[in-house]
Design a protein around this ligand. Structure first.
Ligand code: GDP
Length: 300
């Protein structure tokens, strides 16, 4: 699994790793070294605020531990970066909660439908029964894509005609899952960005209506974000979180981007855990996020 992280982060590493290794090579610890590390972190899409936090901790702890050589500082930097990613914990899935309801949100193109396909495969493999709900009634293509995934994984998809009310489709899906004793319901939603206010109202309504079946619904509101968007994903996290309260993140397309460093600023600024990362277009290209692996791979 670690090797998969290394391969996935190939492009992000190109930006980060070579520079960082050169910085530490036989150097002594001085102000210039800290400045150079800071510059490398900012260039790697870790973001200014989070970078400054990392550098501040690095200077403080290096001083406290009276570090003498750059090698020790290198290890300390890794530890601090792992700690940044470990500031959060994910919700535990409970088998008592039937169905466990996962609402998937995110802007169009972020990889929602593909991720739903991957999640379905993953949960089915673990022996769970899954039911899908096509809550993006705005785009016919989204329903078609979900139909493809549902057939491929042999699970039921609850869908309706285009432009019908997404809240009522998801309500039907949840009722059906409840009566059939299904383990997990995954609902897709729209992600049009032209009219954010309207979209947020639509999503809030879905949540409100689902609570009529169970006040604890949804158990998870997962936001799917595309790593290629770099620091722009912070705006998306902010908007969705402010309106809906995001419980976890899925970061897609880490395989195709040099901007993987954005994970640090997202977790640091919003304290929302990353549950999975998407590392390709195939249905098995989804991995549970692991902070230690991620940082080790970045420095490998
Ligand atoms: P949606 O509009 O949010 O539902 O996005 P889609 O699921 O349709 O995905 C948009 C595009 O991104 C598709 O071409 C997917 O194959 C691709 N995609 C999704 N996840 C990943 C990923 O982790 N890696 C790569 N390379 N492509 C991905």
């Amino acid at each position: 699994i670690f090797q998969i992280f290394v391969n996935t982060l190939k492009k992000t590493k190109e930006k980060f790793n070579i520079t960082i290794k050169n910085l530490f090579y036989k150097k002594k610890i001085d102000a210039k070294l800290f400045k150079d590390i800071e510059e490398t972190l900012i260039k790697s899409d870790i973001g200014i605020i989070t970078t400054q936090k990392i550098i501040h901790q690095l200077i403080q702890q290096a001083d406290y531990q009276q570090l003498k050589n750059a090698n020790e500082l290198y290890e300390l930097l890794k530890t601090i970066m792992v700690n940044i990613l470990n500031q959060t914990t994910t919700i535990q899935y409970s088998t008592q909660k039937k169905p466990f309801f996962i609402l998937i949100v995110g802007v169009n193109g972020s990889g929602k439908t593909t991720t739903i396909g991957k999640l379905t495969k993953r949960y089915k493999k673990k022996g769970k029964s899954v039911l899908l709900a096509a809550g993006d009634t705005f785009r016919a293509a989204a329903i078609d894509q979900l139909l493809f995934w549902s057939k491929k994984n042999n699970v039921t998809l609850i869908h309706n005609k285009i432009n019908s009310d997404p809240a009522s489709i998801i309500f039907d899906a949840l009722s059906s899952a409840k009566s059939k004793n299904i383990d997990i319901v995954i609902a897709d939603t729209a992600g049009r960005v032209q009219n954010k206010i309207h979209l947020m109202e639509e999503l809030k309504k879905i949540i409100r209506v689902s609570k009529k079946i169970n006040p604890n619904f949804p158990h998870e509101i997962m936001l799917v974000i595309d790593a290629c968007s770099g620091q722009n994903v912070l705006d998306q996290v902010n908007t969705f979180n402010k309106n809906l309260g995001i419980t976890s993140l899925i970061i897609t397309k880490l395989d195709g981007t040099a901007k993987g460093g954005v994970i640090f600023s997202v977790i640091d600024q919003y304290k929302i855990p990353v549950r999975y990362i998407g590392i390709g277009e195939k249905s098995e290209d989804l991995y549970t996020f692991n902070a230690q692996h991620f940082v080790n791979a970045l420095f490998e």
